[in-house]
Structure formats: structure tokens, C-alpha cells
Design a protein around this ligand. Structure first.
Ligand SMILES: [Zn+2]
Length: 255
């Protein structure tokens, strides 16, 4: 069993790692290299930031891919965030960013170029420090696109570029890879070869069935949440046992 955390946020360093280290839990932190380098901030964070700046007046805004009514009450905030998040997940990157830019324009909000407080990435020095203490720093692409939605060449650059950056900043050690979003619709079989070419030893997805680790470049993961019962089911193996019992299995091969 290992704990994995995705994306590269600062709070992994300040909150999660001290606990994982204290209890000697094997862990991998999958980082989006462009995010750590300060070249971008992740679009769901841009959306969350913009929603905190929603007008206080009563109005309905047509933002192309979706409509939104203001003001947003504290009770509606999370459900609205997830509703729009799901819609944007289905859009391609250019459409998504244009929609967020138009939201910013319409609401006259200046979208900062770098992630503001609360959305910051871990630094390369912090990654170096944690790696020396036993953490595996894995790859999670350069800009975090859904790999099934970009061209084959872009997917290749995202995967190889990420591997090269990790090697440059953190040295040449064995690492694994994690597909952004990680559902069966977020990557395609041929991309496994890019993951191999980049030197990654294996890869993980973000869904689970009874496949466990049989597919080396699509190792299953059990999701966690702030719900402690769900966390216990995942780490104790009870969830996996239930899947085996029900014969819950995806036929797709990724390697
Ligand atoms: Zn991610």
C-alpha cells in the first residue's frame, strides 16, 4: 500500500509530508512541472478564485459554456463550483481558458498570472528536501491537460517534457507517472509508449476496479476524500475486496 497525492500543491509539504514521514508511510507526490515552475496555475483554481469574486448583485451571466446566477450564497458555492468544473472538464483547453477569461472580463476581475495565496505550488527545493527524506516525486505532465483531448504530439511533449524537467531539477532516479484526471477517458493506449519513452517505470490511473496493479502502466488507485470512513475503506483494502467480490472489472488493456 502507498499513499499518492497529485498536482504539486504547497500544502503537501506543509501538512501531509510531516505526517507521512513521521509514520513512515510509503508515498508518491505526482507533480505538474509547469505548475511547480510557476508557469501556470491550474484551471480549477482559477475557477474557484473567480467564483470568490462573483458580483454581489442579482444577475444571470451567459458565459458560453454555462450560465451562472449571482449572488452566490455560501451554501451554493461548492455545488456551483463542481457544476461548472464538470462542464469545463468536457471542454478542450483553449475553450476552457477562453471561458474563464471571459468570466474574468465580464466580472472585471483581474486574474493573476501566478497562483495567489492558497493556490501555490510546492517549490523545487522543497521537493528536493522531501525526496532526500524518502518521498517519490512522480510525473504528472507539464500543464495537466486531459491527454485524450490533445494531439499525439502534444501528449508526447507533455509526458517527455515532464520527465526531463524532473530529471533536471531532482536528478536521475526511478519515478512513476500519473495521468491527469486519470479516468479511462483521459488517456489512450498509445500514450503508454510515451510514458515508457520518458523513462517512467510505471503509471497510475485515478479509478479502481479489481485490476489492482496487473497493468503496470495503468495501476489502479482507490480514491480518498475528507470522509474518514471512505479513507479507511480504501486503505484497509475493504473497497478492493468488495470490487473483487462483485467481479467489477474494466476490460481495456493499457500495456
Ligand atoms: Zn491532477
Amino acid at each position: 500500500m502507498a499513499i499518492t497525492v497529485d498536482d504539486g500543491y504547497q500544502d503537501f509539504y506543509s501538512i501531509a509530508w510531516p505526517i507521512l514521514k513521521k509514520y513512515g508511510v510509503p508515498a508518491t507526490f505526482y507533480v505538474t512541472t509547469g505548475f511547480v515552475s510557476g508557469d501556470l496555475w491550474l484551471w480549477p483554481d482559477q475557477l474557484r478564485y473567480l467564483l470568490t469574486k462573483a458580483p454581489k448583485s442579482q444577475a444571470t451571466f451567459d458565459l458560453g459554456l454555462f450560465h451562472i446566477q449571482t449572488p452566490l450564497s455560501a451554501d451554493d458555492f461548492e455545488s456551483e463550483f463542481w457544476r461548472i468544473n464538470q462542464i469545463l472538464l468536457m471542454a478542450d483547453d483553449a475553450e476552457k481558458l477562453e471561458c474563464l477569461a471571459s468570466m474574468a472580463r465580464t466580472w472585471q476581475v483581474e486574474l493573476p498570472k501566478c497562483p495567489p495565496e492558497g493556490f501555490e505550488p510546492v517549490t523545487w527545493d522543497q521537493l528536493k528536501e522531501m525526496q532526500a527524506e524518502g518521498l517519490e516525486v512522480g510525473g504528472h505532465t507539464v500543464t495537466h491537460p486531459s491527454l485524450a483531448r490533445v494531439s499525439s504530439e502534444q501528449a508526447r511533449n507533455e509526458i517527455l517534457g515532464c520527465g526531463k524537467m524532473l530529471e533536471k531539477m531532482l536528478g536521475n532516479v526511478t519515478r512513476s507517472f500519473c495521468y491527469p484526471n486519470g479516468t479511462p477517458d483521459d488517456f489512450v493506449g498509445e500514450q503508454v509508449q510515451f510514458v515508457r519513452d520518458a523513462g517512467f517505470s510505471c503509471a497510475v490511473v485515478a479509478f479502481a476496479d479489481d485490476g489492482e496493479h496487473r497493468q503496470r502502466y495503468a495501476m489502479r488507485r482507490h480514491a480518498s476524500s475528507s470522509d474518514q470512513f471512505q479513507f479507511l475503506k480504501a486503505v484497509s483494502g475493504i473497497e478492493l475486496l468488495g470490487m473483487k467480490f462483485r467481479g467489477h472489472h474494466l476490460e481495456t488493456r493499457y500495456d
